[in-house]
Design a protein around this ligand. Structure first.
Ligand code: NAD
Length: 335
């Protein structure tokens, strides 16, 4: 199939081209994100291949449909950036890569917890300046600490497995509890109990209308003072403005983010020679107890290989008219 690959970086191109020798699709790479402004680039392509910050709202989907595109192949697990209902109404098929980096994301989550707790980034900069003082570097032992895992699907389950090894007390909330988690010592509780008892809260549920801003000012009022909050899932699970107020008051003691609700215009680009225009992000970057990484939790060799292979196989399934296990539609979303 003739595929327009949007938001493509050199690493996407390298992995997709390497594996495409077994599939033979005609891949054309665009650095641009697919948005209302760039959708004409897709004219003449029967498939578009997109990543997490491409924005396929109803207007873009209608244009794609009118211009002959019939397949949207996501290189990600999350699909909150595609209006799935409209895609279905227009007869567009949407496929994704449901699992490519669960270990990568879980391990990065634990890296954020460890780096925040033991102030690794501050210590590293300090020591490089010849300052060996321990002031401000005091941590706590994860062993015996209570970790609240919100969402125990593929990634949350692995977090539970890893942190069980640390000897943490594990609480979880998930409307569909995972039967495997019991063997890692996970106790399912209400969201209220998880908020009030956890020393660390880590988010691993999808972004949907009902989880949008689930960490609101009201939710923050129910959490333990000094909590460590980690989000490697999707930025808009958190009301960032409310979180900044809680960081200022000390209600939130540590914040680790790999995702940010307004990341689309910033992440994945080198803006080091520019002035950051996003005042909320700029404020977040001033806190000594905040670590932000730029949506890199998935970014391992293993994951890029899995993304490339699954994406190309999904496109081939569609081309051959075969059922694709990785298709996503409104019905699946409701489950
Ligand atoms: P998954 O679908 O396997 O698991 C999600 C879990 O969340 C499910 O068990 C589901 O029942 C649960 N859930 C749904 N609604 C909930 C709610 N209101 N409260 C609590 N739990 C709820 O997904 P996954 O593969 O574990 O991925 C989790 C998220 O991680 C994805 O949605 C994606 O947005 C994000 N992700 C981020 C990166 C990254 O690089 N930062 C990479 C991959 C995935």
């Amino acid at each position: 199939m003739k595929v327009a690959v949007f938001s493509s970086k050199p690493f996407d191109r390298a992995f997709l081209e390497e594996h495409n020798s077994s599939y033979g699709h005609k891949l054309v790479f665009f650095e641009e994100r697919l948005t209302e402004q760039s959708s004409t680039l897709a004219i003449g392509f029967s498939a578009v291949c997109i990543f997490v910050n491409d924005q396929l709202n109803s207007k873009v989907l209608m244009e794609l449909s009118e211009n002959g595109t019939s397949l949207i192949a996501l290189r990600s697990a999350g699909f909150n950036n595609v209006d799935i209902v409209t895609a279905g109404e227009l007869g567009l098929t949407v496929v994704r890569v449901p699992e490519y980096s669960s270990y990568a994301v879980a391990e990065h989550t634990v890296a954020l917890i460890m780096a925040l707790n033991r102030r690794v980034c501050r210590a590293h900069s300090r020591v490089r300046e010849g300052n060996f003082s321990l002031e401000g570097l005091l941590g706590f032992e994860l062993h015996g600490s209570t970790i609240g895992i919100v969402g125990t699907g593929r990634i949350g389950k692995i977090i539970a497995k890893i942190l069980n090894g640390f000897g943490c007390v594990l609480l979880a909330f998930d409307p569909s509890p995972n039967s495997e988690c019991g063997s890692f010592g996970v106790k399912y509780v209400s969201l209220d109990e998880l908020y009030s008892k956890s020393d660390v809260i880590t988010l691993h549920c999808p972004l949907m209308p009902r989880t949008h801003h689930m960490i609101s000012a009201e939710a923050i009022s129910r959490i333990k003072t000094g909590v460590m909050l980690i989000n490697t899932s999707r930025g808009a699970l958190i009301d960032t403005t409310a979180v900044i107020e809680a960081l200022k008051s000390g209600k939130i003691g540590y914040l680790g983010l790999d995702v940010y609700e307004e990341e689309a215009d910033v992440f994945f680009e080198d803006l080091s020679n520019q002035i950051i225009q996003d005042d909320v992000l700029a404020r977040l970057l001033t806190f000594p107890n905040v670590i932000i990484t730029g949506h890199q939790a998935f970014f391992t060799r293993n994951a890029l290989e899995n993304i490339a292979k699954t994406t190309l196989a999904n496109i081939t399934d569609f081309e051959k008219g075969q059922p694709c296990a990785n298709e996503i539609n409104a019905e699946i979303m409701m489950r």
